[in-house]
Design a protein around this ligand. Structure first.
Ligand code: AKG
Ligand code: FE2
Length: 258
C-alpha cells in the first residue's frame, strides 16, 4: 500500500499517511467516510491535550454534561464573526496534514471545493465516561466536510437515519469506532442524509467485525477482542469550513474569546 511518511517533532515517531484517502475509505458505509488510525503521534496528541487543558478558563463553555471550546470563536447566526486564523497548535500538524492527503477522483484534497479551501473553525468537545452527544445533523453553516481528530480515549460514533415519517429511528444503522490519534472524515451522503451521535455510556459493548463499520481500518482491533471498550476521557477536535465569515466581530471587539 502506498503511503507518505511524515517525520514528526520530536522525531521519535513516523506517521504513515495514506497516499490517497480512497485507501482508507470505510467501504461498509454510504459515500463518504474515511478513517485514518494513526493521524497524529502520541507526542502530538499529548501536546494538543496540554494546550486544550491549559486554555484560558473563559474558553470553556460548560453544557449540562459536556464542556467545549470553539476556535477562533462561536458562530452567531451561522456566521463566524472572527476572521483570525486558527492558533498554531490547532493548525500544526493537523491542518497541513489534512491538506496534504489527496482525496478521490481529481480533487486535490478533501477541502479543494470548500469556499476557503481549508478548515477555518475547530470545535473541541470533552467527553468524560458516561457522556455523549444527542443524534443530530451538523446543518447548513458548514461546508459538508467534517474532520474529527480523537484524543485520549476510544469511543463509538453512531449513525442514525430518519424513518418515513421523519422521526428518528433510535436504533443506530452503523457504528464507527474512533481510537485515540485517529482522524475520521465524513462528507457527502453521510453528512447530509444521516444523523450522528454518541451514547452517554461508560463502556461500548458488542464490538466486532460485524458491528463496527471501520473494523478493518482500526489500529488495534485486538484491543477490543472481548467486544468491549472501557471509556476514558475523550477529547475531539472537529475541523470544518464555516461558509460565512464576517469581520464585524473583530471590528466591534465583541463575540471574541481570549
Ligand atoms: O465529538 C465528536 O466526535 C462529534 C461532535 C459533533 O458531532 C459535533 O460537535 O457536531
Ligand atoms: Fe456533529
Amino acid at each position: 500500500m502506498d503511503t507518505q511518511t511524515i517525520q514528526t517533532t520530536p522525531p521519535s515517531t513516523k506517521i504513515h499517511l495514506p497516499a490517497s484517502l480512497e485507501q482508507n475509505r470505510i467501504t461498509t458505509l454510504p459515500e463518504f467516510a474515511y478513517y485514518i488510525p494513526d493521524f497524529i503521534s502520541e507526542e502530538e496528541e499529548q501536546a494538543i491535550l496540554h494546550k486544550v487543558e491549559t486554555a484560558p478558563k473563559a474558553r470553556w463553555r460548560q453544557l449540562t454534561h459536556r464542556r467545549l471550546q470553539t476556535w477562533p470563536s462561536d458562530l452567531v447566526k451561522n456566521t463566524l464573526l472572527d476572521s483570525r486564523p486558527l492558533p498554531d497548535w490547532l493548525e500544526q500538524p493537523v491542518v497541513s496534514r489534512l491538506l496534504s492527503m489527496p482525496s478521490s477522483g481529481n480533487e486535490f484534497n478533501i477541502f479543494a471545493s470548500s469556499p476557503h479551501r481549508r478548515p477555518n473553525h475547530v470545535l473541541i468537545n470533552e467527553y468524560t465516561p458516561g457522556t455523549g452527544i444527542m443524534p443530530h445533523k451538523d446543518g447548513s453553516a458548514y461546508h459538508p466536510v467534517v474532520c474529527t481528530v480523537s484524543l485520549g480515549s476510544s469511543l463509538c460514533l453512531n449513525l442514525y437515519r430518519t424513518k418515513e415519517d421523519g422521526a428518528l429511528d433510535p436504533e443506530p444503522v452503523w457504528r464507527i469506532l474512533q481510537e485515540p490519534r485517529s482522524l475520521l472524515i465524513t462528507t457527502g451522503e453521510v453528512y447530509t442524509e444521516y444523523l450522528h451521535g454518541i451514547d452517554g455510556i461508560t463502556t461500548d459493548v458488542n464490538l466486532s467485525q460485524q458491528t463496527v463499520a471501520n473494523w478493518n481500518l482500526l489500529r488495534s482491533p485486538s484491543q477490543f477482542q472481548d467486544g468491549t471498550n472501557e471509556r476514558q476521557t475523550r477529547v475531539s477536535l472537529t475541523y470544518r469550513d464555516v461558509l460565512k465569515v464576517s469581520n464585524l466581530g473583530s471590528k466591534l471587539g465583541v463575540f471574541r474569546r481570549p
